[in-house]
Design a binder for this molecule. Structure first.
Ligand code: ADP
Ligand code: ASP
Ligand code: MG
Length: 815
């Protein structure tokens, strides 16, 4: 004999009911089957809604009633297409009772727990009736038994306690005599000894099935639902969750107690006592393996954490005061007070100083709890030995579950470091003595992020999701998006990094997609974009609250870099090719580094110097490994290099600069490059990375431009002055040529001082043959005293800058 339970979704549509019927038909080939069914999905809620509208004298209850009736009549018509008149008439007759019950409520203005039970019982009574009739119409050997005649409870309406001995006897007697191959019973419903209708509490159909399974000592209890087992986390919130193959009874109990709704917590007890395994199966995917719950514990399981679960709507209550230590029987009085009000305590922690006790309860109980506790300790409160109870709301509990966790070290360490890294504030912590459960109280708004980051940490160690937000989708941004799109598969497979772009903005528009923007057609995402705004961009990133978020700045805009600190303070990493922050005031530079450190995140800007070349990284490695940099000699301006490599006998200076700008080698304002300020900023950044507390004013900058060039009021004006001063530039060129030298704009750092300027480089010098837009940096250090460590290559251009940004993003992924 087998007991199967089918939940609301499983009986929620004609096609699902057809699945149920075929499962039962198949099972009955091997012997008798008992099926416990829930109400059609959503009907329990609708019945309650109708009742609540009726008592508020809201006529809309009639619409809800009609809707409920239609759902059922439609089901019958779909399941039994012909000769269904008698069944429909019978159903409509039953609905007359529901109608008069609702009319009564409309007059009475009151929905007592007793009437409420009568009301919601309609759901299960109706679904079990329809399914039985349908199976009968298909000539199956089926009978319906009303569980209200078997399951007897006390009169605790809404969540009644079962009189087990009597109930078991009823079940055994009935099934002993029953000859039908298939028996259908409504779940959830029961009666008290006076014959009044009661219910077993929301989700209680599982319990009905479990009681029957235990009473008949069947070999297995099967819970058929809308997911393929108990998952490593709620699959609706964690996409990567997977079904758990096997669980112990205790683990299942903890998981369901802590919110895995797939199993109603009391369900486990009767079958645990009788040592009957539970199998959780998916009605819509009957071939999936599902989850087996039994007393077996598999010792060889690699991961001691079995599942992550959570409960929302938690209130955290703290009772504290200097006098608490001395008050005898303190905890007893506290918890007795709660027990008297039937308030369930979900979570307790007490500091070992005994100065405070903190516990979590359902938020709906918090007002009552506050009143009764303050009353219990009224005397101590007036004596100021205890403070009135503190109530905090908007919280959730998140818990890791696993029998085997106690045998492993460092699980809670990993749990809390993961939460910390993702900027999730932990309000309270509890670990059961069994160590089967480690729980933390966090803000409800952090739940999705917490579940996903813990899930990633404990179950998907292989892949790490990076959520990227890009501001500045211009030339470089486009290249970066293309590179990410191209490399996505490789990174996921080889480096186990899943890079998604979740938000992007240009100067006009911004767009977000929680699931990651489709990178194949990303420009079309902007079609529906909203107007761009840095503050709203930031707020959206915070609101999305995704793990491993990375803000990428591909602008040259100070207004954007002003936001870095905000991002870092929220543990959001910052990757920038914008060099304003690192070359602005030293305090800003230092502050951003400190923020990254204290919020356990990253601030990376490799592309600030030499685009994609690993210059900053190389310097960081030299310093970190204890080498001492004695001097740095560098050509750091791709644009100036381009200009001086093309300027000569057959060109004029103005046109050469124009061309450099046209080909994308200069900043939007070419004066930033030509004045040497951009190079000065770069050597300043290198000096700072080397530990120097320098400001931009400390960098000596001998400009090769004329005063008129330097004082130009706009970019156009600047170009005009270049034309006018052509002879000045020709003169510079002629001098170099006469000396058989090449012109290079050189940055130097030595003895704590830095300078930049145009130099005539003689033949044979490593800078002499530097081509096109290339950069070169020579590090002279204690370990590289004569032959410097040289980094050389393209130091400007959209592709290489994008790949430098990409490298920083991946570096964060590898952290
Ligand atoms: P039924 O109506 O079949 O009793 P429920 O809605 O009560 O189904 O329970 C199944 C639902 O439980 C799933 O659809 C899922 O949203 C939710 N759930 C929460 N946590 C988990 C988990 N860890 N594993 C599986 N399902 C879970
Ligand atoms: N129909 C009831 C509910 O929704 C019982 C159940 O489905 O288990 O809570
Ligand atoms: Mg359920």
């Amino acid at each position: 004999m087998k007991v199967l339970k089918f939940g609301g979704t499983s009986v929620g549509s004609a096609s699902n009911i057809n699945n149920v019927i075929s499962i039962l038909d198949k099972k009955s080939k091997d012997g008798k089957v008992i099926a416990v069914v829930s109400a059609v999905g959503g009907i329990t809620d609708k019945l309650l809604a109708a009742g609540n509208l009726a008592i508020k004298k809201d006529e809309a209850y009639k619409d809800v009633f009609t809707e409920i009736q239609n759902v059922h009549v439609t089901l019958v018509k779909q399941l039994i297409p012909s000769e269904n008149e008698a069944i429909i008439a019978a159903i409509e007759n039953k609905f007359k009772d529901l109608k008069s019950l609702l009319e009564g409520l409309y007059l009475l203005n009151e929905l007592t727990p007793k009437i409420s039970d009568k009301l919601v019982s309609f759901g299960e009574l109706m679904s079990s009736y329809i399914i039985t009739k349908c199976m009968f119409a298909r000539s199956l050997d089926v009978v319906r038994k009303n569980s209200q005649e078997l399951i007897i409870t006390n009169s605790n309406y809404g969540d009644a306690d079962v009189e087990l001995t009597l109930t078991e006897k009823n079940i055994q007697t009935y099934f002993k005599a029953s000859e039908s191959l298939i028996t259908i019973l409504p779940g959830f419903v029961a009666k008290n000894q006076d014959g009044e209708e009661t219910t077993l509490g929301r989700g209680g159909s599982d319990f009905t099935a479990s009681i029957i399974a235990a009473a008949l000592n069947v070999e297995i209890l099967e819970i058929w639902t809308d997911v393929s087992g108990m998952y490593t986390a709620n699959p609706k919130l964690v996409k990567q969750a997977v079904p758990i193959e096997q669980l112990s009874f205790q683990e299942a109990m903890e998981l369901s107690h802590f919110g895995a709704k797939v199993l109603y917590p009391p369900t486990v007890q009767p079958v645990l006592d009788a040592n009957i395994p539970i199998l959780i199966k998916n009605t819509m995917q009957p071939n999936d393996a599902g989850t087996k719950i039994s007393d077996e514990t598999k010792a060889s399981i690699k991961n001691p954490v079995k599942g992550i679960t959570h409960i929302n709507d938690i209130a955290l209550l703290t009772l504290q005061g200097p006098g608490m230590v001395g008050i005898p029987g303190f905890s007893k009085r506290l918890f007795e007070t709660l027990a008297n009000e039937k308030i369930n305590v979900i979570f307790i922690t007490q500091a070992s100083s005994e100065h405070a006790i903190c516990f979590g309860i359902d938020i709906r109980d918090s007002q009552t709890a506050q009143n009764v506790i303050d009353k219990t300790f009224e005397y101590e409160i007036t004596l100021k030995k205890i403070e009135p109870i503190l109530v905090e709301t908007g919280l959730s509990i998140i818990a890791l579950i696993g029998d085997n966790m106690k045998n492993y070290q460092g699980i809670s360490g990993r749990m809390f470091s993961t939460l910390g890294k993702n900027n999730i504030n932990v309000r309270a912590i509890a670990q059961g003595a069994s160590e089967r459960n480690i729980s933390a109280v966090i803000d409800e708004s952090d739940i999705k992020k917490a579940l996903n980051s813990l899930h990633e940490r404990f179950f998907e160690v292989q892949t790490k999701q990076l959520n990227v937000f890009i501001v500045g989708v211009g030339n470089v941004g486009e290249r970066l998006i293309d590179q990410i799109e191209q490399q996505h598969g490789f990174l996921k497979e080889k480096l186990k990094i899943d890079v998604r772009i979740v938000g992007m903005a240009n100067s006009r528009k911004m767009v977000f997609n929680n699931e990651g923007i489709d990178l194949e057609n990303w420009p079309s995402a902007f079609d529906f974009a909203e107007q761009s705004n840095l503050e709203r961009f930031f707020n959206k990133v915070i609101e999305l609250n995704l793990r491993n978020s990375i803000f990428v700045d591909i602008t040259a805009d100070e207004k954007v870099s002003d936001w870095y600190a905000h991002y870092l303070r929220n543990s959001i990493a910052v990757v920038a090719c914008n060099k304003i922050a690192c070359s602005g005031a030293y305090d800003t530079y230092e502050n951003l580094h400190n923020l990254a450190l204290s919020y356990n995140t990253a601030f990376l800007y490799e592309t600030n110097v030499g685009a994609g070349l690993p210059i900053i990284n190389t310097l960081n490695n030299l310093v970190a490994s204890g080498d001492k940099v004695t001097s740095i000699q560098a050509v750091l301006s791709g644009s100036l290099n381009f200009v001086f490599n093309h300027f000569g006998d057959h060109t004029n200076f103005h046109d050469t600069v124009k061309r450099a700008q046209f080909e994308g080698y200069t900043e939007p304002d070419p004066r930033i490059d030509l004045s040497g300020i951009d190079v000065a900023r770069k050597i300043l950044i290198l000096a700072r990375e080397n530990g120097g507390k320098m400001e931009i004013e400390d960098i000596e900058n001998e400009s090769f431009l004329t005063t008129a060039n330097l004082e130009s009021s706009s970019v156009d004006d600047f170009y005009d002055t270049l034309k006018e001063d052509e002879s000045h530039f020709q003169h510079i060129y002629a001098s170099a040529k006469a000396n058989n030298c090449q012109l290079k704009y050189v940055a130097e750092f030595k003895d704590g001082k830095a300078k930049v300027g145009l130099r005539e480089i003689p033949e044979g010098h490593p800078f002499y043959n530097l081509e096109g837009k290339d950069n070169i940096v020579m590090f002279y250090t204690e370990r590289y005293p004569e032959q410097p460590l040289i980094v050389k290559g393209a130091g400007a251009g959209a592709d290489v800058t994008a790949s430098g940004l990409f490298a920083d993003i991946i570096k964060i992924g590898n952290k």
